[in-house]
Ligand binder design. Sequence first.
Ligand code: NAD
Length: 213
Amino acid sequence: MSAIPTATVSRLVTYLRIVSQLEESGAERTSSDDLAREAHVSAFQVRKDLAYFGRFGTRGAGYSVATLKRELMRILGLTRPYNVAIVGMGRLGEALADYPNLEAYDFRLRAAFDVDEGKVGREVAGLTVRHVDELADVVRRLEIDIAFLTVPSTSAQAAADALGAAGVQGILNFAPTVIDPPAGTHVEPVDFLAGLKRLSFYIQQPKVKEETA
Ligand code: NAD
């Protein structure tokens, strides 16, 4: 399989959301034109994105919604459960712990960590907050795959390094800093302030057209 562009991976997530909604509405078939319209990309782009992973459709007949959903989940690795930990149980960490939809795709919240003795030992979303000193031990024992990193920027790299050394494979980094990924760990940034700044750019320059490709 050739290298998959990051933008393609992002669009696959969008296609999965669309086919899941189609399935909920009772639709049995869809097409690259339908997906393109909903995802705001071209039908050529949809076919090109899917072609990285083989052939799913029938020329002229489109795709079976159930098959396409199953294939997208397989490609995205969403056919297995993931054990999740949160590092940094402040405002954001607590809000994420309380988010009810995590388990819809089998992301299972298993552990929560903080350095603040005032937070260690508290119950949040059914979990006892543990001290980060226990991180390596707990991550290995509970086979944590993914961590949400919700610590201040100044602590983010060290916390990411500790997670990587303990065997965590993926980090969703909410701290507004670029993290040098530990060996064997993929880091995915999430930054809502960056989104606000992009919005501000488009609002103050309304004639600038956003590129969708
Ligand atoms: P907060 O101060 O309420 O919480 C941070 C928590 O991290 C505290 O409980 C603190 O004790 C803990 N902490 C500090 N160092 C630690 C370490 N080494 N290991 C474990 N825990 C540690 O902050 P917040 O408002 O919850 O924000 C958390 C982070 O998320 C910040 O970096 C903030 O800038 C960022 N943030 C990102 C977004 C986004 O969209 N990506 C949105 C809001 C906040």
